[in-house]
Ligand binder design. Structure first.
Ligand SMILES: [Cu+2]
Length: 68
């Protein structure tokens, strides 16, 4: 498993937090995503060999938030 942490701007409440979590967890190769509203950090656990951070970032953007 590989873990990556990115920062995401634009999340303001628990609804945003859940939307981002669900969207990221639906990306192929993502095992789990944890979203921290306070720190704006999204921690992503990828399956070995299926790390695709660019796809995750694109999905977050499509969902309406801004990965930085
Ligand atoms: Cu919200």
């Amino acid at each position: 498993m590989t873990q990556e942490t990115i920062k995401v701007e634009g999340m303001s409440c628990m609804h945003c937090q859940l939307r981002v979590k669900k969207a990221v967890e639906a990306v192929e190769g993502v095992q789990r995503a944890d979203v921290n509203l306070q720190t704006k950090q999204v921690t992503i656990d990828f399956e070995e060999g299926k790390e695709n951070l660019e796809k995750v970032k694109a999905t977050i953007r499509e969902t309406g938030y801004e990965p930085v």
